[in-house]
Design a binder for this molecule. Structure first.
Ligand code: SIN
Ligand code: CO
Length: 404
C-alpha cells in the first residue's frame, strides 16, 4: 500500500493536509478541477477543530424516533457475514447488542440537529441543492458496513475515534454480478484496495461515485458522511415527462383527421409515426427506430385488460413445426398485435414485446384471428422466424387448435 503519493509523477496527490484558510488543502477551484467526480482525496485535518456534533447516546436516541431513518449493521468476522436491522429501535435493542463489531447509521441527521447542519458550511463551495444529507454512524471496535460502492460523491469525515479506510482508487461501474447475493447490504464479492489509511479525528476522505471502499472502526468511532444528491437520468426523464404531461387535458389526444384507407390494417405506418412525433414535440429529435419501437410496444400493451397466462411449458421447435402442419393457430384476443416495416424485414409488436420478423409472417400474424398452420409454416423458413413464433406460443399470445 502506498498511501501518500499520486499514481504517476505530476498526477494530483491523493493525500493533502488542510491549511489555514484552505480546509481542502487547496482552493475549491483546484479541488473541483482535479478531484470532484474524478478521483479520491484524503484531506488530513479538514476539520482541524474536531467534529463532535452529536454524542453517540444522542444518535442512539434519534435512532429510536419513528421518523428517523436508522440501521444497525452487525459484522460476523468469522463467517464473513453482515446482518442488517432497520430502525426505529428501542432502548433495549441497544442493550442486547454485542460489545464489538456493530455500527449504527442514521440518515438526515442535519435535519434534526443544528450542530450537524452547521458542518455543511464548510461545503459552501458546492451548490447547496447538490447536497443530500449528513449521515452519522457510530461504530464499536471492528464495526463497519463492509466493502461497497456508492452512486454519489461523499465526504467521509472522521468524528471521534479512529477508522481505517481502504479504497480501490479507480472509479468504475460495477455489474450486478459483482455484488454478493447473501445480504441486503449491497456488498462487493471482490475488493482489492489500492490504498488504505487510518483516519484521525477531523480528517476527511472524499470519494467520487464508483470508488469501492470499506471502513473498519478502530475502537469506538463516529463518521459523518456528507452525501451528495445526483438523480439518475431515468428519474430525470420520468419526472420531466410527468411535469410536461401535468397541464395537458384529457381531450388533448393523438389525432388523425388525415387518415386514408389502410393498406394493411395491422401496420404502424410512416404517417402514424409522424403523428406520434407531432404529439410529442419535446422529443422531436428522438431517433425514428427508438420512437417506433416504443410506440409499437406501448400501443399493443395499452389498455390491455388481462395479462395473458403462459401455457406452463415451452414448446420445442421440432414439436412446433410438426404440430403446425396439422393445426390452426389462434391469437389470444387479449394480445394486441401490430407491425412496422424495418428495412427489408418487419418489427412485430405483441402485447408490448418487440420481435424481429419477416414481413410476410408479421402481416399474416396480425391480419388473421385464426391462421392456417400450413400457411404460417410456409412463411416461417428462417431460424429467426421460428424463434419469433416459438416466443409467441411460449408467452401464450398464440395457441394451436385442432383444424376444423
Ligand atoms: C459508515 O459511516 O460506516 C459508512 C459510510 C459509507 O461507507 O458510506
Ligand atoms: Co459508502
Amino acid at each position: 500500500m502506498k498511501p501518500s503519493t499520486g499514481k504517476h509523477p505530476g498526477a494530483p496527490a491523493i493525500e493533502v493536509r488542510a491549511r489555514p484558510g484552505q480546509p481542502l488543502g487547496m482552493s475549491p477551484r483546484q479541488f473541483l478541477r482535479d478531484y470532484w467526480q474524478k478521483q479520491p482525496l484524503l484531506i488530513r485535518g479538514m476539520f482541524h477543530e474536531g467534529v463532535n456534533a452529536v454524542a453517540p447516546d444522542d444518535l442512539a436516541g434519534l435512532a429510536c424516533a419513528e421518523a428517523a431513518l436508522s440501521r444497525i449493521v452487525l459484522r460476523d468476522e468469522k463467517h464473513n457475514r453482515w446482518t442488517l436491522r432497520n430502525g426505529p429501535f428501542r432502548e433495549r435493542d441497544f442493550a442486547r447488542l454485542p460489545k464489538t463489531r456493530w455500527t449504527l447509521l442514521v440518515q438526515d441527521v442535519d435535519k434534526w440537529d443544528m450542530d450537524v447542519a452547521a458542518l455543511l458550511d464548510r461545503f459552501a463551495f458546492l451548490p447547496s441543492w447538490r447536497i443530500d444529507d449528513v449521515m452519522v454512524s457510530y461504530a464499536t471496535d471492528g464495526g463497519g458496513v463492509g466493502p461497497h460502492v456508492d452512486q454519489y460523491d461523499v465526504f467521509l469525515v472522521q468524528g471521534i475515534g479512529y477508522r481505517r479506510w481502504s479504497i480501490d482508487a479507480q472509479p468504475r461501474a460495477f455489474s450486478p454480478a459483482e455484488f454478493r447475493d447473501d445480504s441486503e447490504l449491497k456488498l462487493l464479492r471482490e475488493f482489492s484496495p489500492t490504498h488504505d489509511w487510518l483516519l484521525d479525528p477531523g480528517d476527511a476522505l472524499y470519494l467520487p461515485p464508483g470508488v469501492a471502499h470499506d471502513g473498519v472502526a478502530l475502537g469506538e468511532c463516529t463518521t459523518y458522511s456528507i452525501g451528495m444528491r445526483a438523480p439518475s437520468r431515468a428519474e430525470l426523464l420520468f419526472d420531466f415527462a410527468e411535469f410536461l404531461a401535468e397541464p395537458l387535458t384529457e381531450n388533448d389526444r393523438y389525432v388523425d383527421p388525415d387518415l386514408v384507407p389502410a393498406q394493411d390494417s395491422g401496420e404502424i405506418d410512416e404517417a402514424a409515426l409522424a403523428r406520434v412525433r407531432q404529439a410529442l414535440p419535446h422529443f422531436a429529435n428522438v431517433e425514428k427506430t427508438t420512437l417506433a419501437r416504443w410506440f409499437g410496444s406501448f400501443i399493443t400493451r395499452y389498455r390491455s385488460a388481462q395479462i395473458v397466462a403462459t401455457p406452463g411449458r415451452e414448446i420445442g421447435l421440432a414439436e412446433l413445426q410438426r404440430r403446425l402442419s396439422k393445426s390452426n393457430v389462434l391469437r389470444n384476443p387479449f394480445s394486441r398485435f401490430a407491425w412496422r416495416r424495418d428495412g427489408r424485414e418487419a418489427e412485430l409488436f405483441a402485447a408490448g414485446a418487440a420481435l424481429r420478423c419477416p414481413t410476410g409472417l408479421a402481416r399474416l400474424l396480425v391480419a388473421e384471428r385464426e391462421i392456417d398452420g400450413n400457411a404460417l409454416a410456409g412463411l416461417t423458413t428462417t431460424p429467426q422466424a421460428l424463434a419469433t413464433l416459438k416466443a409467441l406460443f411460449d408467452a401464450g399470445y398464440l395457441q394451436l387448435i385442432r383444424r376444423r
